[in-house]
Design a protein around this ligand. Structure first.
Ligand code: ATP
Ligand code: MG
Ligand code: MG
Length: 552
């Protein structure tokens, strides 16, 4: 198990509990405008994990205030992702759009209090009036509109009387504040777009700032945990909580975003990879999306172990991909069933084993864990990997643990064999190796003087089955694909995907349930594809190699 480092959020919660806080409530608030990625997984683990740790609750809330880019497809995928990671949200799924009526009433409240006004400046003018961080802004000429006029204009904005961009509702705070977020921020904008939850009911939508803290307050969220880019928004978050008749007073805390090298964690860039066909969809096994990692064969527990191992810092950080992969490998080494797959098959004929006969050998599913045994049919014709044979019998025994003519090799969980002969085609390519088995060597040492050079995997050519194996590697071949000059797409690893259709697997593997992970002996970790694997057409995705072989 992973020891969770103490993090500052937990320290704050423990202090709050000493001050009498009874129930911790957190939320995970994705905008349904794309698929979740590994960075979101960290936020999920932090929010749901914190609620779990303190016997509180965590809500899943869709921050759906931006109808143009949002979609039900993303809502569904996000729910699937959170469940897959093993978390349960409290009660029903929530939507910011559930609260649109309340937000509207609260906007009217601010107008009545003289704290909000309808502004007719064009976006360009508004940005000029806002000024720069180093110089104060100027008040909008519309700032002193009467309460009645503001109420009337807001209502007419809501009725759809005005064009997009022609008017906004703004809070009246301070145009000279050094914090730009306080320079009369926008509360409502006109957007004549259909919404995936509210349809055409609204044509004005609240800004992120006018929505987020109020959503938290309505839901009784105690600790609203977000990423560092919102630190500058906190004074505004607090301003709304102070100036509105909210039912509770949440507090916002920020932590550093997770970035991982050799990949990108921006929804926009991930979307570009999908839209331009650089990958095969959001769930392509090379994508750092939760759907992609799942299809790649990462287990939810491995992803959680990794996220929990990370410090919760106050600055954004970049974690080495190898550190993530360590957790993937550790989990698979511990839990994945062992199996044999020959990826570059070469026929191996056991000359002293009768044709047509099948001997059922057995092997443990896992070398250490009690996971039962599997049966391995042994026949006269087998497949071995081409890379495990060499014609040069003078090769050093120490360095080359391969089958050579006249020498011994052990077949994994089966006999010791001795290579005798090779058959070549007209071009001189080896098409068969002929060997004899040493009787009585299944699970037993061979007699003196017959020491095998090594152990190799094999599959029965007559009982085994053909399978497709998809090999994935890192999607980018530089550490920081999206930093520096140029387009991040130029850093795509051209060798990140290949498909091998002529692999041979143990017959049992055909019945593997989709998403079951295996260690193919000596080859790495693989998973039965979530969507395309079937007994008729077995498909396995390479999850990761047995050890880190990435060359910088
Ligand atoms: P992106 O920048 O990739 O579009 P986002 O922040 O816009 O992500 P949201 O759907 O708004 O995406 O994010 C939901 C939650 O996940 C937010 O609380 C956000 O702060 C958090 N989050 C997003 N990306 C990361 C990350 N890389 N590391 C940690 N938390 C993240
Ligand atoms: Mg966001
Ligand atoms: Mg973002």
């Amino acid at each position: 198990a992973v020891i969770q480092p103490t993090n500052f959020i937990h320290q704050i919660i423990e202090q709050d509990q000493q001050q009498g806080l009874e129930k911790v409530v957190t939320r995970f608030p994705p905008e349904p405008n794309g698929y979740l990625h590994i960075g979101h997984a960290k936020s999920i683990c932090l929010n749901f994990g914190t609620a779990e740790k303190y016997n509180g609750e965590c809500n899943l809330r869709f921050d759906d205030t931006n109808p143009g880019k949002e979609d039900q497809e993303f809502v569904d995928a996000i729910m699937d992702d959170v469940r897959w990671l093993g978390f349960n949200w409290a009660g029903e799924v929530r939507y910011a759009s559930n609260y649109f009526d309340t937000f509207y009433a609260w906007a009217q409240h601010l107008i009545r209090e003289g704290k909000a006004y309808v502004c007719d400046l064009s976006p360009e003018e508004a940005s000029e009036y806002r000024g720069w961080a180093t110089e104060p802004g100027k008040n909008s000429p519309f700032r002193e509109r009467s309460v009645d006029e503001n109420l009337d204009l807001l209502e007419r904005m809501k009725q759809g009387e005005f064009d997009e961009g022609s008017r906004v509702l703004r809070a009246k705070i301070d145009m000279t504040s050094p914090n730009m977020n306080l320079r009369d921020p926008i509360l409502y904008r006109i957007r004549k777009a259909s919404h995936h939850q509210t349809g055409d009911k609204w044509c004005i939508y609240p800004s992120y700032d006018f929505a987020h803290g109020q959503e938290d307050a309505i839901e009784g969220v105690t600790h609203s945990i977000c990423t560092m880019e919102f630190a500058d928004h906190r004074p505004l978050y607090e301003w709304f909580i102070e100036n509105l008749p909210v039912p509770s007073k949440p507090r916002q805390y920020e932590f550093g975003r997770l970035n991982i090298n050799y990949t990108v964690t921006s929804k926009r860039k991930l979307k570009q990879l999908v839209d331009e066909g650089h990958v095969n969809g959001w769930d392509d096994p090379r994508m750092p999306t939760i759907q992609g990692m799942r299809r790649r064969g990462y287990s939810p527990q491995a992803v959680r172990n990794f996220c929990d191992s990370l410090a919760v810092a106050k600055t954004d950080g970049t974690v080495d991909m190898a550190q993530f992969e360590f957790f993937i490998r550790e989990d698979l080494n511990e839990n994945a069933a062992r199996a044999m797959c020959v990826m570059n098959p070469l026929k191996l004929v056991i000359t002293n084993f009768p044709e047509g006969e099948v001997e059922m050998l057995s092997a443990p599913v896992h070398p250490q864990k009690e996971m039962g045994t599997r049966t391995l049919p042994f026949t006269r014709e087998l497949y071995m990997d081409r890379g495990d044979f060499n014609e040069d019998s003078t090769l050093s025994r120490k360095k080359f643990r391969v089958l050579v003519p006249g020498d011994y090799m052990r077949l994994r969980s089966a006999y010791v064999i001795k290579a005798e002969d090779v058959i070549k085609d007209a071009d001189g390519e080896i098409i068969e190796v002929h060997a004899s088995l040493v009787p009585g060597t299944v699970g037993e040492n061979p007699p003196e003087g017959m020491k095998p050079r090594g152990v190799m995997h094999w599959v029965s050519a007559t009982e085994g089955k053909q399978a497709t194996v998809r090999i994935y590697d890192r999607l980018f071949n530089v550490e920081s694909p999206d930093k520096g000059e140029g387009d991040f797409l130029a850093n795509i690893n051209p060798d990140s995907f290949s498909e091998i259709t002529n692999c041979w697997v143990e017959p049992d593997l055909l019945n593997a349930a989709p998403e079951t992970g295996f260690q193919f002996e000596r080859e790495g970790y693989f998973v039965a594809d979530r969507y395309e694997h079937s007994p008729e057409h077995p498909v396995f995705n390479k999850t990761i190699g047995l050890r880190d072989t990435w060359k910088k």
